[in-house]
Design a protein around this ligand. Sequence first.
Ligand code: SF4
Length: 482
Amino acid sequence: MAKDIKENCGLFGIFGDVEAVQKVYFGLYSLQHRGQESAGIASSNGEFMQCYKGMGMVSRVFRRGSGLLEKLANPIAIGHVRYSTTGSSKSINSQPLLSEYSRGQVAVAHNGNLINAALLRDEYEAYGSIFKSTSDTEVIIHLLAKPTHVSNPDPLAHVLNHLQGAYCLLFLFSDRIEASRDPYGIRPLCIGQTEKGGYVIASESCALDMIGAKFIREVEPGEIVTLDKEGLSSRFFVKPGTVTPAHCIFEHIYFAKQNSTIFGENVHEFRKKLGRRLAIEQPADADVVIPIPDSGTSAAVGYAEQSKIPFDMGLVRSHYVGRTFISPDQKLRELEVKLKLAVVKEAVKGKRVVVVDDSIVRGTTTKGKIRTLRQAGAKQIHMRVSCPPLRFPCFYGVDFPTKEELLANNRDFEQIKEFLEVDSVGYMSLEGMLSCAVLPAENYCTACWNGKYRIPVDIPVNKFSIEHHQKHMFDDLPQTNE
Ligand code: SF4
């Protein structure tokens, strides 16, 4: 299971709606799985902007009864939920980032990771620029404000051409929203329309469903979509068809919500296909198929369908457990696993069990779950994983452990089996995984499995790349409200 890998971020924007801010709130709620560290909303009345953001989940930042949504109420709004992939989890790094420059106010919300952010930042700092945060996103505002860029016929397109890496971006200007997606289309971004004809932009289509908007299409890689009083218009900052997409297939496997459609396909259907294929590639002689909930559930349904082995819920997740401490003590660590995931003894006792999960990262949490199944009386445990062994880190907007921490790094299948203490282990092949997708194999990024990074990474970046030399900054600052 991939909880050792943290989601990236979620974006939501809506233009010209009397309930814009409320809709952003609900949109962000449905994108909460993409980031739980901070949440924020920026809105405009057509002339002036307001922004409120804070640490924690949407429900905590915009508490019922706080009156915040009412204070922000304006017809144009964007919102952001964050998990930090560059810049630590501090309020100063929460988004949208609201700034003022020679052309007025702008608020930016970003999902992804800029691999050249540290380089660009160094350049600006060398000329005296001052940065307020340690997130990679702030460099975009500096690019936008640069006088030579401001005078360009299309400043935004010009700025986007300076960025390298993964980025879905929402820009709120006083009179419009501009949404863009990097030329590789690494992260998902889609367009919807409300019943009243207004336009919405969201990271995943589940957020459109949430507010009753209709899915129109995805924002194309290299495209800028403008929402303003004229409606929706589009332009490209990279000529269409000149870059082969590199959609993050891990979005399909783990990050995105099952009811979302991304990269042209429903997530649940894709995961079921993976499960069916996994049953063909890695069969097991067993009595019951159980998922590691929630991310392994759709694949387990597919595995059970294909193998004709009955599906059952042998593990149930508690939705009421927040973050628990990392205990140094093995016994307490086991209790922590049990707190989050309880075994239904009757479903596994005396049985040969196939356990299906979407991925294994470090392997330590998986091992804990396997132990609880053994303690509950499972006779045999056959671990099946619906993606290939993860061997390389991600530099495109996902917070991975280091290569050395990954279970499959320098371990063969026999060693993985021994580590997990299972009777057998079987992973999906790379070809098998790609064969389940609707787009041609070359349209997906698979770097965390095969190390083939489609956007070359000269200097490996991590969450702290920008702030490693200024660790003392921004500690314990209060919540930022602008
Ligand atoms: S390296 Fe893996 S997680 Fe990162 S973008 Fe590529 S497929 Fe997605």
